[in-house]
Design a protein around this ligand. Structure first.
Ligand code: ASP
Length: 437
C-alpha cells in the first residue's frame, strides 16, 4: 500500500481545536499512515511551548524547587486537549512517573522529550493508531550524533509490519537507553527518518505557513509561496537564514529521492511547497528565493603583483584556519583579495588575524570593513538565462543602493550580493519587486 509520513508541528497540535484539524487531514487520505507529532506549541503569540515549560520545570527541579505547580500547568495543557477531544484517556500515571524522574534528575533531554511523548499518546488514542516509542528505535552514538545506519535498520524493521502508527518526534535514545533529543525543531528530523524507514512516497511536513516563502515576511509583506524548490536551492536559502525545516531533516531524504511537501494545517487546501531532488517544473519567476544575513566583516588585503605569487591565497586562508575562523566568500582582483567572515566570530580575533596576515604574506595594505550584509538570490531558473544579474543591479542602482560585493559561482544557482547592513532590507525588497510582480 502507498504511504505518506505526516509530521505536525507544535502550533498544529497546540489545542483540541488544532488536533481536530489534524485529525481531519489524516482521515481525508488513507495513505497518511505514519504520523509524527511535535509537542503542543503556542496557542497565541505570548503563549509558552510545552517543550519550554518542560525545560523550565526541569531546571527548577535541579535547583531543588518544588515543581508541583509547574508540572500541574503542563498537565493542564494536555488535559485540555484530552477533554476537548472527548477521549477516554488519563495521563495521571504518566505524570507521576515523569515527576519522579524529574526529581531524580534523570536528564534534561528526557525532560524535553516528554512533550512529544505525551502528545504521541494522545494522538495515537485519538486516531486509533499504534503508538511507537522512538526511544527504542532511533539511536544516538557516544558522540551524541545520530547513528543513522542502525536507526534506519531498527526503525524500518519496527514500522514495516505496522499499518498505521504514531511516532513522537524530537527524540530517541543512546545505546545505554538514556533518552536523547535532537536540537530544537528536531521533530522534522524524526519525520524524515520515519519517511526513509518506510520508503514513503511523500513526507508531508504540516506547519502554520503555506510553504516556503520567496523571502522573509518580516521584510516583504506577504511574500509569495515557492511552489517547487530543489534540495540544492533550499540549502542555499537555508544557509542564508531562511527557515521552515530543520536542516538535518533534508539529508536522509535527499539520498532516497523522497520529496517533502510543506503544508499549512490551517489552510489544508493550499498546495504548499514541494521540495524535490530535481524537477522540470519551471519556477514561476526566474528566481526561486531571496535570503540574507547581516553582520559580516570584510578583510581586504592588497599587495602589488599578488597575482604572480603562487601560494598567496593558501597562506592567507591558513591564517583564518589557524584562528578557527570559517570564511564565507573570497572575491579577488589581480592585486587584492577580500575575505568575508562573520563579524561576531571575527571581533575577538581581529588583531591576531591582522598580525598573522602580515607575517604570512607581507601585504602592502590591509583594510577592514564591518557591518556588511550578504544577500543570496537563488534560482535554478537563472541558469543559461540572460539578464538576471542586470535586473538585480539595475534595480539596486535605481533605488540608490550601493553594492559592495558580487559573487556568482559558475553553477549559476545563486548570485550573492554584499551591501551595507543598513541597506539590507531595502535591497531585499528591491530585488523581490524586480522579479516578483
Ligand atoms: N518540541 C521541540 C521544540 O520545540 C521539537 C519540535 O517541535 O520539533 O523544539
Amino acid at each position: 500500500m502507498r504511504n505518506k509520513v505526516v509530521k505536525f508541528g507544535g502550533s498544529s497540535l497546540a489545542s483540541a481545536e488544532q488536533f481536530k484539524k489534524v485529525g481531519e487531514i489524516i482521515r481525508s487520505d488513507e495513505t497518511r499512515r505514519y504520523v509524527v507529532p511535535s509537542a503542543p506549541g503556542k496557542r497565541y503569540s505570548t503563549d509558552i511551548k510545552v517543550t519550554d515549560m518542560l525545560y523550565d520545570c526541569y531546571r527548577a527541579a535541579s535547583e531543588g524547587e518544588n515543581i508541583d505547580k509547574k508540572m500541574m500547568r503542563i498537565q493542564m495543557r494536555y488535559q485540555e486537549i484530552i477533554e476537548g477531544l472527548n477521549l477516554d484517556l488519563s495521563l495521571e500515571e504518566e505524570f507521576s512517573v515523569i515527576t519522579e524522574n524529574f526529581k531524580k534528575q534523570i536528564g534534561k533531554d528526557y525532560a524535553a522529550s516528554r512533550g512529544e511523548y505525551l502528545n504521541g499518546i494522545i494522538m495515537a488514542n485519538y486516531l486509533g493508531y499504534e503508538f511507537v516509542d522512538p526511544a527504542g528505535y532511533i539511536f544516538f552514538g557516544e558522540d551524541g550524533i545520530l547513528d543513522a545506519e542502525y536507526t534506519q535498520k531498527c526503525l524500518s524493521e519496527r514500522l514495516c509490519g505496522i499499518e498505521r502508527a504514531v511516532i513522537p518526534g524530537f527524540y530517541g535514545s543512546d545505546k545505554k537507553g538514556n533518552v536523547k533529543t535532537f536540537s530544537r525543531g528536531g521533530s522534522d528530523v524524526t519525520g524524515s527518518l520515519v519517511a526513509k524507514a518506510v520508503s514513503a512516497d511523500l513526507y508531508e511536513n504540516w506547519t502554520d505557513v503555506s510553504g516556503f516563502l520567496v523571502t522573509d515576511p518580516r521584510i516583504v509583506d506577504n511574500p509569495e509561496v515557492i511552489s517547487t524548490i530543489t534540495y540544492k536551492e533550499l540549502r542555499e536559502l537555508a544557509y542564508m537564514g531562511a527557515t521552515v525545516l530543520h536542516e538535518d531533516a533534508v539529508f536522509p531524504l535527499r539520498k532516497e529521492g523522497i520529496p517533502i511537501n510543506i503544508r499549512n494545517t490551517n489552510r489544508p487546501l493550499d498546495k504548499g511547497t514541494m521540495i524535490v531532488e530535481s524537477t522540470c517544473n519551471k519556477p514561476k519567476y526566474i528566481i526561486t528565493g531571496i535570503a540574507g544575513k547581516k553582520g559580516f566583516a570584510a578583510i581586504n588585503i592588497e599587495k602589488d603583483m599578488m597575482n604572480t605569487e603562487i601560494g598567496f591565497g593558501r597562506r592567507v586562508m591558513q591564517v583564518f584556519e589557524e584562528n578557527g575562523l570559517s570564511f564565507e566568500h573570497v572575491p579577488s582582483g589581480i592585486d587584492t583579495m577580500t575575505v568575508f567572515v562573520h563579524q561576531d566570530e571575527f571581533a575577538d580575533k581581529e588583531q591576531n588575524v591582522i598580525a598573522g596576515l602580515h607575517r604570512a604574506v607581507q601585504p602592502d595594505h590591509i583594510d577592514l570593513e564591518a557591518d556588511l550584509a550578504l544577500i543570496a538570490v537563488v534560482g535554478r531558473g537563472m541558469r543559461r538565462n540572460r539578464g538576471t544579474a542586470a535586473t538585480i543591479f539595475t534595480a539596486l542602482a535605481e533605488n540608490h543602493i550601493n553594492i559592495k560585493m558580487i559573487d556568482q559561482g559558475s553553477s549559476e544557482l545563486n548570485i550573492i550580493i554584499g551591501v551595507e547592513n543598513r541597506d539590507f532590507e531595502a535591497a531585499t525588497r528591491t530585488i523581490y519587486d524586480a522579479f516578483v510582480k
